[in-house]
Design a protein around this ligand. Structure first.
Ligand code: PMP
Length: 360
């Protein structure tokens, strides 16, 4: 059976080369006579896989040596709590920017631990914009500034790094990490669930500046402390070994493809052509301000919502799957992460144009 083009927001499409390599090593990794799934996380085989994955990630992202890279479980949702638990460092407030569903979840969770100052929100525009940075009301006493560089549901993305003045900048990069080069040194913490642009679900990557580690709030469980995992090289308990291994294969794939510059070039082109088709049509529309449209998640609605079902059915028959928009917004959403080939976007565009011609 041939592979479909899977536009799922996550778990999401993975590079076919990675899946084939994993398949070829499934029952016997590198002459070990074992699957990676069967290895002790403390074995020399797995430690070599883990170390190589970290080294490759450091290389492709240019992660400075004063940052730890943690390979954790719990999803980005656990980081909504771990960020305040570890980063308040004796302070009582944190600044958050609210640009959509995931920002709101992060804000709600932080509210359990501190006073949250929502320094800016685009809720009044139904999250179709990003408030001008000059209008943000940042609190000079905040312990950190948190934002979501890409809102996976709304399809709203920052195309710049916010200025956090003197406080650490914390980013939920779940749906945009590895989509383009990023200056890690501008951040205190970057975290991301793996299941979009990194690898399989079950792994969560946290990149944290070393001076921010070790001052968690009293009572923080060991598993919620960055210090615990940093000290143990993410092996305090059993890490998600197989997801870590696949992530390593994805990092290798990115390197072979030319790194994050090359990813950015293709991602920019793929999203631009999809938005162009939406914008030139009266049949499809995307409500997001063109300055902050996502390269990764492209929501769009049909002028006639009663055609949604037919659109999804025929798209599916054409091998274009998982285009249904998030249940909170409806319509369609095409998630076009690194692993979505440009040919997949071209096929979607051809389908959309044909569907419009026949149904508008
Ligand atoms: N943040 C963002 C931006 C997301 O897209 C998601 C998942 N869709 C989450 C957080 C939650 O991630 P997880 O399911 O890994 O907890």
């Amino acid at each position: 059976m041939s592979r479909i083009y899977n536009f799922s927001a996550g778990p999401a499409i993975l590079p076919e080369e990675v899946l084939k390599k994993a398949a070829s090593e499934l029952t016997d990794w590198n002459g070990s006579g074992m699957s990676v799934m069967e290895m002790s996380h403390r074995s020399k085989e797995f430690v070599s896989i883990a170390e190589k994955a970290e080294a490759d990630l450091r290389q492709i992202m240019g992660i400075p040596t004063n940052y730890k890279v943690l390979f954790l479980q719990g999803g980005a949702s656990s980081q909504f709590a771990m960020a305040p638990m570890n980063l308040l460092r004796g302070k009582e407030t944190a600044d958050y920017i609210n640009t959509g569903t995931w920002s709101k979840k992060a804000i709600a969770e932080a509210g359990r631990f501190c006073t949250v100052n929502v320094a800016a929100t685009s809720e009044s525009s139904k999250f179709t914009t990003i408030p001008q940075q000059s209008e943000w009301s940042l609190n000079p006493d905040a312990s950190y500034l948190h934002y979501a560089p890409n809102e996976t549901i709304g399809g709203v993305e920052f195309h710049y790094i916010p200025e956090a003045s003197n406080v650490p900048l914390v980013a939920d990069m779940s749906s945009t990490i590895l989509s383009r080069p990023v200056d890690v040194s501008k951040y205190g913490v970057i975290y991301a669930g793996a299941q979009k642009n990194i690898g399989p679900a079950g792994l969560t990557i946290v990149i944290v500046r070393e001076d921010l580690i070790g001052d968690e709030i009293p009572g923080t469980p060991a598993m919620f402390s960055y210090a615990t995992h940093a000290k143990a090289n993410s092996m305090y308990n059993t890490p998600p070994t197989y997801s870590w291994y696949i992530a390593g294969l994805v990092f290798e794939w990115i390197r072979e493809k030319g790194g994050l510059e090359a990813m950015a070039e293709v991602n920019k082109r793929k999203s631009a052509k999809l938005y162009a088709v939406i914008d030139k049509s009266e049949f499809y529309s995307n409500p997001v301000d063109p300055d902050c449209r996502s390269w990764m998640n492209v929501p769009f609605i049909l002028a006639q919502p009663d055609l949604d079902g037919k659109f999804l059915e025929l798209a599916g028959e054409a091998g274009l799957k998982t285009l249904k928009g998030h249940r909170s917004v409806g319509g369609m959403r095409a998630s076009i992460y690194n692993a979505m080939p440009e040919a997949g976007v071209d096929a979607l565009i051809a389908f959309m144009e044909d569907f419009e011609k026949k149904n508008a």
